[in-house]
Design a protein around this ligand. Structure first.
Ligand SMILES: C[S@@+](CC[C@H](N)C(=O)[O-])C[C@H]1O[C@@H](n2cnc3c(N)ncnc32)[C@H](O)[C@@H]1O
Length: 413
């Protein structure tokens, strides 16, 4: 039993039972009546341009397996509920609701509204939705809400390795930007990284930062041959496609004798990165410059890094060629890319699901918006990445390490 007085497993079991009853009572009865005589029209049709052109035969209901249909509808109800929760997570973050809950022993809706300067009626509804999602706890006897330590790590602690709010910000930006992507599907044109809603840039920084905080200094750099010693002594490092500079700043904090320069073609991100470096107190050893990966200036780097950005580039081979000539002969390129197998069927899992969705909405359109427009996609897999790197003249590519979300490649001339 959870703190709510009604454990999550019991809630889920009750929910499944109730869903099965409703399913039998309503949907099964309705299915034989699904035979409209004319196609949908107007803005509520799934595709107004095609209405009347692509017709489904709705004159008879195809044979189906009731149990499988029920199971599938159950999955869709769960998925739709999760998707509907995305903007609520962003609200909870922005309004400080999660942080106030985390700092308490449990609060009523009145107390939470008072603590955050918000209106109780809105807060009460938000709390109900969050409790139904299993994202917060509810003590029915006391009418108090709270966070378990695990929920607090995911929603209230920015520095935790499992802070997950950024992922929901990315989901929200995808919804906002979907008309642009819909149009791109029709025209084949790209949608540049810079053309997305603001929420993508912060969401991306916050989503990836958790992984960098957890792994970059502790696991990834030590997995590169001799790199930690070099950085301790004083190395010259370029972080290409650095975005808001989270990875650059984390490295600069850990290696005060080294110098770092972050490049990104997105001027707004570079401005943000500069401010973040000032705030972190590392501006003496970190610079950020607007430059594309294919044309960034400088040479003699000991280490060049690309964090979750190679597949967003239109010309990743061109970027790799530029990096190769900017590295010292014994320098290293570290590539952090989303974890993926080489075949689609290897990636049909929850992580692949998240990445393919982001890739459709963000990464592939970003690549198609640039010169060459290779469109690697966020689940390219190591074999495809290796081909790109070898085409740029690199001869050694090694998977140095991996996490549930990322693979880390050590690439050398
Ligand atoms: C998914 S974000 C990752 C940002 C950052 N590395 C991080 O891990 O938080 C991809 C970044 O690649 C940048 N980018 C895309 N194409 C680029 C190019 N051709 N040259 C430089 N930066 C590029 C985008 O502006 C964006 O900041």
């Amino acid at each position: 039993m959870g703190k709510s007085g009604f454990g999550v497993e019991e809630q889920l079991a009750e929910c499944r039972k109730r869903f099965a009853e409703l399913f039998d009572r309503y949907w099964l009865d309705d299915l034989p009546r699904l035979s409209p005589e004319k196609p949908d029209e107007g803005c509520c049709s799934s595709n107004p341009e095609h209405a009347g052109k692509i017709m489904l035969d709705k004159t008879s209901t195809p044979a189906f397996d009731e149990a499988k249909l029920q199971e599938f509808m159950g999955k869709l109800v769960g998925d739709a509920g999760a998707a509907a929760t995305a903007p609520l997570v962003v609200l909870g973050d922005r309004l400080g609701l999660y942080k106030a809950l985390a700092a308490s022993e449990g609060l009523t809706s009145d107390q939470l509204a008072d603590a955050t300067g918000t209106h109780e009626r809105y807060v009460r509804e938000w709390l109900a939705a969050q409790a139904a999602a299993g994202y917060i706890t509810y003590d029915a006897a006391e009418e108090r809400y709270g966070l378990t330590p695990e929920q607090a790590l995911a929603f209230a602690d920015e520095d935790s390795p499992v802070f997950f709010v950024g992922s929901f910000e990315i989901l929200c930006s995808n919804v906002i930007d979907s008309p642009k992507i819909e149009q791109a599907f029709r025209t084949g044109a790209g949608v540049g990284w810079h053309e997305h809603d603001q929420m993508l840039f912060c969401g991306c920084e916050r989503f990836f930062r958790s992984g960098y905080v957890a792994h970059l200094v502790a696991d990834w750099l030590p997995a590169l041959d001799g790199m930690v010693e070099r950085m301790e002594q004083g190395a010259s490092v370029a972080d290409v496609g650095c975005g808001h500079g989270a990875s650059t700043i984390i490295m600069a904090e850990a290696f005060p004798n080294s110098t770092f320069i972050g490049f990104d073609y997105h001027a707004e991100s570079i401005e943000h990165a500069r401010a973040a470096a000032e705030k972190a107190g590392v501006a003496d050893r970190v610079r950020f410059e607007v430059a594309s990966a294919q044309h960034f200036p400088g040479e003699g780097f000991d280490l060049v890094t690309i964090f979750d950005a190679l597949h967003d580039m239109g010309d990743p081979a061109g970027a790799a060629r530029q990096i190769r000539q900017a590295l010292k002969p014994d320098g290293t390129l570290m590539i952090v890319e989303p974890l993926a197998g080489d075949r689609l069927e290897d990636n049909l899992n929850p992580v692949g699901r998240l990445y393919y969705a982001s890739s459709t909405m963000i990464c592939t359109p970003a690549s198609l918006a640039q010169e060459v427009g290779l469109g690697l996609g966020a689940q390219a897999g190591e074999r495809r990445l290796r081909e790109v790197l070898e085409s740029a003249g690199f001869t050694q590519v090694r998977r140095a390490t991996e996490t549930p979300f990322n693979m880390v490649l050590e690439v050398r001339p």
